[in-house]
Design a protein around this ligand. Structure first.
Ligand SMILES: [Cu+2]
Length: 169
């Protein structure tokens, strides 16, 4: 079982597929103004057009002092923010000069499942999940692609075996 655990850890740790999402500062809006992402993704806030902007975290047009407050003054300016992996699910942001014109947005962070090997979400990792992995063998993605690496294969099977039993509450 130690070997299985080691293999699973290797498989899981090799599966950070960070994306970069561009958020553009327009004259008085962000596009997109809702940025859906997962922890580890990079948000790249870019100057697009209009008068100088800022990318500032917080609500009610007030910097929260938590994440960022950076200028986006002219073409070529950008600020990159790595989405935190601390359980945060929402980070509101705005542009200070244009916040009152509605230049606001929000980062929505989808947290990873606590029990990814539970392919059918019934609260238990059991033979049903083994069968789901076998049935989806070789497919690209889907719930049986437990480690999210784009293919259902032996690492997913090992993850099921290693997570056998009830999911953590
Ligand atoms: Cu602005």
């Amino acid at each position: 079982m130690k070997l299985l655990t080691a293999l699973t850890i290797v498989a899981l740790s090799a599966t950070s597929y960070a994306d970069t999402l561009i958020v553009t500062a327009n004259a008085s809006s962000w596009s997109p103004d809702v940025a859906n992402c997962v922890p580890g993704d990079v948000l790249r806030f870019e100057y697009g057009t209009g008068y100088p902007h800022t990318i500032t975290s917080g609500t009610s047009c007030t910097y929260d002092g938590l994440y960022f407050d950076e200028p986006l003054n002219s073409p070529g300016d950008y600020y990159e923010f790595t989405v935190p992996d601390d359980g945060t699910t929402e980070i509101p942001f705005f542009c200070a000069p244009h916040c009152n014109n509605g230049m606001t947005g929000v980062i929505i962070i989808e947290l990873p499942s606590e029990c990814p090997a539970d392919t059918n979400d019934d609260g238990t990792v059991n033979v049903t999940d083994i069968l789901a992995v076998v049935a989806a063998w070789g497919e690209n993605g889907g719930p049986a692609d437990i480690n999210g690496d784009g293919v259902v294969d032996v690492t997913d099977l090992l993850t099921v075996v290693d997570a056998w039993g009830a999911c953590p509450e």
